[in-house]
Design a protein around this ligand. Structure first.
Ligand code: SF4
Length: 164
Protein backbone atom coordinates (compact mmCIF):
# COMPACT_ATOMS: atom_id res chain seq x y z
CA UNK A 1 0.00 0.00 0.00
CA UNK A 2 2.95 2.32 0.76
CA UNK A 3 4.11 1.74 -2.81
CA UNK A 4 0.80 3.01 -4.17
CA UNK A 5 -0.98 -0.30 -4.72
CA UNK A 6 -4.65 -0.65 -3.99
CA UNK A 7 -4.55 -3.78 -1.86
CA UNK A 8 -6.95 -6.36 -0.46
CA UNK A 9 -6.26 -9.19 1.95
CA UNK A 10 -7.09 -12.83 1.23
CA UNK A 11 -7.53 -15.36 4.01
CA UNK A 12 -7.02 -18.87 2.64
CA UNK A 13 -5.45 -21.14 5.23
CA UNK A 14 -6.46 -24.81 5.06
CA UNK A 15 -3.07 -25.47 6.68
CA UNK A 16 -4.18 -24.18 10.09
CA UNK A 17 -5.18 -26.76 12.68
CA UNK A 18 -7.26 -27.13 14.71
CA UNK A 19 -10.39 -25.25 13.64
CA UNK A 20 -10.39 -23.17 16.83
CA UNK A 21 -6.96 -21.78 15.90
CA UNK A 22 -8.14 -21.19 12.30
CA UNK A 23 -11.07 -19.17 13.62
CA UNK A 24 -9.00 -17.24 16.13
CA UNK A 25 -6.56 -16.10 13.44
CA UNK A 26 -9.43 -15.16 11.13
CA UNK A 27 -11.07 -13.10 13.84
CA UNK A 28 -7.75 -11.37 14.53
CA UNK A 29 -7.38 -10.54 10.85
CA UNK A 30 -10.93 -9.17 10.72
CA UNK A 31 -10.10 -6.94 13.66
CA UNK A 32 -6.89 -5.75 11.99
CA UNK A 33 -8.54 -5.18 8.60
CA UNK A 34 -11.28 -3.08 10.15
CA UNK A 35 -8.71 -0.94 11.94
CA UNK A 36 -6.34 -0.64 8.96
CA UNK A 37 -9.05 -0.02 6.35
CA UNK A 38 -8.08 -3.16 4.42
CA UNK A 39 -10.75 -4.93 2.43
CA UNK A 40 -10.75 -8.62 3.24
CA UNK A 41 -11.65 -11.64 1.11
CA UNK A 42 -12.41 -14.81 3.03
CA UNK A 43 -11.84 -17.86 0.87
CA UNK A 44 -13.97 -20.28 2.84
CA UNK A 45 -15.13 -22.73 3.94
CA UNK A 46 -12.45 -24.21 6.18
CA UNK A 47 -11.07 -27.30 4.41
CA UNK A 48 -8.10 -28.76 6.33
CA UNK A 49 -8.39 -31.90 4.21
CA UNK A 50 -7.02 -29.92 1.24
CA UNK A 51 -3.78 -29.35 3.13
CA UNK A 52 -3.64 -32.77 4.78
CA UNK A 53 -4.18 -34.57 1.49
CA UNK A 54 -1.40 -32.62 -0.21
CA UNK A 55 1.20 -32.75 2.57
CA UNK A 56 0.63 -36.15 4.19
CA UNK A 57 2.96 -38.00 1.78
CA UNK A 58 5.85 -35.67 2.69
CA UNK A 59 4.94 -34.62 6.24
CA UNK A 60 8.26 -35.69 7.83
CA UNK A 61 10.44 -33.77 5.37
CA UNK A 62 10.03 -30.14 6.35
CA UNK A 63 11.29 -28.63 3.08
CA UNK A 64 9.00 -30.79 0.92
CA UNK A 65 6.05 -30.32 3.25
CA UNK A 66 6.35 -26.54 3.36
CA UNK A 67 7.00 -26.28 -0.38
CA UNK A 68 3.79 -28.24 -1.00
CA UNK A 69 1.94 -26.02 1.47
CA UNK A 70 3.19 -22.80 -0.17
CA UNK A 71 2.19 -24.08 -3.60
CA UNK A 72 -1.30 -25.02 -2.43
CA UNK A 73 -1.94 -21.62 -0.88
CA UNK A 74 -0.31 -19.49 -3.54
CA UNK A 75 -1.99 -21.28 -6.44
CA UNK A 76 -5.35 -20.55 -4.86
CA UNK A 77 -4.29 -16.95 -4.26
CA UNK A 78 -3.25 -16.63 -7.91
CA UNK A 79 -6.59 -18.01 -9.10
CA UNK A 80 -8.51 -15.67 -6.79
CA UNK A 81 -6.43 -12.72 -8.04
CA UNK A 82 -7.32 -13.43 -11.65
CA UNK A 83 -10.98 -14.16 -10.90
CA UNK A 84 -11.30 -10.88 -9.02
CA UNK A 85 -9.40 -8.74 -11.53
CA UNK A 86 -6.20 -8.09 -9.59
CA UNK A 87 -2.97 -7.46 -11.53
CA UNK A 88 -0.71 -8.98 -8.90
CA UNK A 89 -0.60 -11.01 -5.72
CA UNK A 90 1.88 -11.51 -2.92
CA UNK A 91 1.99 -13.17 0.49
CA UNK A 92 2.58 -12.35 4.14
CA UNK A 93 4.79 -15.46 4.24
CA UNK A 94 7.51 -13.15 2.89
CA UNK A 95 7.71 -11.24 6.18
CA UNK A 96 8.49 -14.26 8.34
CA UNK A 97 12.08 -15.16 9.24
CA UNK A 98 10.78 -18.66 10.09
CA UNK A 99 9.62 -19.54 6.57
CA UNK A 100 11.79 -20.96 3.79
CA UNK A 101 12.00 -17.62 2.02
CA UNK A 102 13.44 -18.76 -1.31
CA UNK A 103 10.91 -21.60 -1.48
CA UNK A 104 8.11 -19.08 -0.95
CA UNK A 105 9.46 -16.90 -3.74
CA UNK A 106 9.74 -19.85 -6.14
CA UNK A 107 6.25 -21.09 -5.23
CA UNK A 108 4.86 -17.61 -5.92
CA UNK A 109 6.51 -17.46 -9.32
CA UNK A 110 5.23 -20.93 -10.21
CA UNK A 111 1.73 -19.97 -9.07
CA UNK A 112 1.77 -16.90 -11.31
CA UNK A 113 2.54 -19.14 -14.27
CA UNK A 114 0.36 -22.15 -13.36
CA UNK A 115 -2.44 -20.79 -11.13
CA UNK A 116 -2.83 -17.43 -12.87
CA UNK A 117 -1.69 -18.44 -16.36
CA UNK A 118 0.36 -15.25 -16.46
CA UNK A 119 -2.73 -13.04 -16.02
CA UNK A 120 -1.50 -11.83 -12.59
CA UNK A 121 2.13 -11.44 -11.56
CA UNK A 122 3.73 -12.50 -8.31
CA UNK A 123 4.85 -9.36 -6.50
CA UNK A 124 8.03 -10.44 -4.75
CA UNK A 125 9.35 -8.32 -1.91
CA UNK A 126 11.64 -9.25 0.94
CA UNK A 127 9.46 -7.99 3.78
CA UNK A 128 11.64 -9.54 6.49
CA UNK A 129 13.28 -6.26 7.55
CA UNK A 130 9.79 -5.26 8.76
CA UNK A 131 9.39 -8.31 11.00
CA UNK A 132 10.24 -6.52 14.28
CA UNK A 133 7.87 -3.72 13.36
CA UNK A 134 5.03 -6.26 13.05
CA UNK A 135 5.74 -7.49 16.58
CA UNK A 136 5.55 -3.99 18.00
CA UNK A 137 2.48 -3.01 15.99
CA UNK A 138 0.52 -6.12 16.95
CA UNK A 139 1.46 -5.64 20.60
CA UNK A 140 0.29 -2.03 20.50
CA UNK A 141 -2.98 -3.05 18.85
CA UNK A 142 -3.50 -5.91 21.34
CA UNK A 143 -3.73 -8.48 18.55
CA UNK A 144 -3.35 -12.23 19.02
CA UNK A 145 -0.12 -13.64 17.57
CA UNK A 146 0.14 -17.21 16.37
CA UNK A 147 2.36 -19.42 18.57
CA UNK A 148 3.16 -21.91 15.78
CA UNK A 149 3.13 -21.89 11.99
CA UNK A 150 -0.21 -23.59 11.44
CA UNK A 151 -0.28 -27.29 10.64
CA UNK A 152 -0.43 -30.15 13.11
CA UNK A 153 3.23 -30.98 12.49
CA UNK A 154 4.40 -27.45 13.17
CA UNK A 155 2.41 -27.46 16.42
CA UNK A 156 4.15 -30.70 17.47
CA UNK A 157 7.55 -29.29 16.50
CA UNK A 158 6.86 -26.13 18.50
CA UNK A 159 5.71 -27.80 21.73
CA UNK A 160 7.06 -31.34 21.84
CA UNK A 161 10.63 -30.44 20.87
CA UNK A 162 10.71 -27.77 23.54
CA UNK A 163 10.09 -30.38 26.24
CA UNK A 164 12.99 -31.74 28.31
S1 SF4 B 1 5.07 -25.71 8.90
FE1 SF4 B 1 3.80 -23.99 8.12
S2 SF4 B 1 4.45 -23.71 5.98
FE2 SF4 B 1 5.16 -25.73 6.65
S3 SF4 B 1 3.51 -27.18 6.07
FE3 SF4 B 1 3.10 -26.55 8.16
S4 SF4 B 1 1.71 -24.80 7.99
FE4 SF4 B 1 2.67 -25.10 5.99
Amino acid sequence: MAEGFEAAGLYYNPNIQPSREFRRRLETLREYAAEAGLSLIEAGPYRPDEHLGATLPVWDDRASRCRTCYELRLERTAREAVARGFDAFTTTLLVSPYQLHEEVRRAGERAAAAGAGGAAVFLYRDFRPGWRETLEASREMGLYRQPYCGCLWSEVERYERARP
